[in-house]
Design a protein around this ligand. Structure first.
Ligand SMILES: NC(=O)c1ccc[n+]([C@@H]2O[C@H](COP(=O)([O-])OP(=O)(O)OC[C@H]3O[C@@H](n4cnc5c(N)ncnc54)[C@H](O)[C@@H]3O)[C@@H](O)[C@H]2O)c1
Length: 203
């Protein structure tokens, strides 16, 4: 029986949770085999996270910019000695990645407009789907994700991680324990210095 807990523990979709966690990951009985679509800033980082996890294999990388794919392919090869396959043949080459039979999960860190399309293709190909935020940009695509997951039986997880930050979880606990009384209205913000994203060579 696949539960949310066992899914997070045993699949690469839970990998992003490792970003801010210091838990000791357990080695799964069989490796979790992952393909990554979109290796710009975030995808490159996610590949590093996957490589740091025991029992995870990165078998395929896809990006429409061949140099970016090559960078992650080389990173995997240097760490594991095994060279993953590269898919760089245009906007829909991720479909060929999804069709591979040596993957359990496909993670997408493409720009927003591609997330739902890639996740749906992954689930249709029988893979767990992990998608960067936001999972979809239209209500239609939200339903497409839900219906595809229900039809295929494959889970799809949005790789949000801020909600697991210690300070955010602390506030959640305080809310639940009634520290603030009955909440009638709530406002929150997220400040993020993105200058390094805008002023890097390939940003
Ligand atoms: N969860 C988080 O904390 C977090 C943090 C940063 C970014 N993100 C998300 O990650 C995603 C990527 O952000 P980024 O800053 O890495 O952007 P980026 O532009 O650096 O990377 C996107 C990559 O996708 C590639 N790409 C575009 N279309 C493609 C396609 N059809 N097939 C394969 N590759 C394709 C691009 O060539 C590029 O390399 C965004 O959706 C962003 O919202 C999430």
């Amino acid at each position: 029986m696949l539960t949310r807990r066992s899914f997070l523990q045993s699949t690469a979709a839970g990998a992003t949770l490792a970003l801010h966690a210091t838990t000791t990951a357990q080695q799964p009985a069989t490796p979790v085999r992952v393909g990554v679509v979109g290796v710009g800033n975030r995808g490159t980082f996610l590949v590093q996270v996957l490589l740091a996890l025991p029992g995870v294999e990165v078998n395929a990388i896809c990006d429409i910019v061949p140099e970016r794919a090559e960078k992650s392919v080389t990173a995997v090869e240097e760490k594991t000695g095994k060279r993953p396959a590269a898919y760089t043949n245009g906007d829909h080459d991720f479909e060929n990645l999804c069709a591979r039979d040596d993957l359990d999960a496909v993670i997408t860190a493409t720009p927003w407009d591609w997330h739902a399309t890639v996740a749906v293709a992954a689930m249709r190909a029988g893979k767990y789907a992990g998608t960067e935020v936001p999972a979809a940009t239209t209500i239609k695509d939200c339903w497409n994700l839900v219906r595809t997951s229900e039809a295929t039986g494959m889970p799809c997880m949005m790789l949000e991680n801020v909600c697991y930050f210690e300070n955010v979880l602390a506030i959640l606990r305080m809310v639940r324990e009634g520290v603030f009384g009955d909440l009638l209205h709530c406002e929150a913000g997220y400040q993020h210095d993105t200058r390094y994203l805008h002023f890097t060579d390939d940003g």
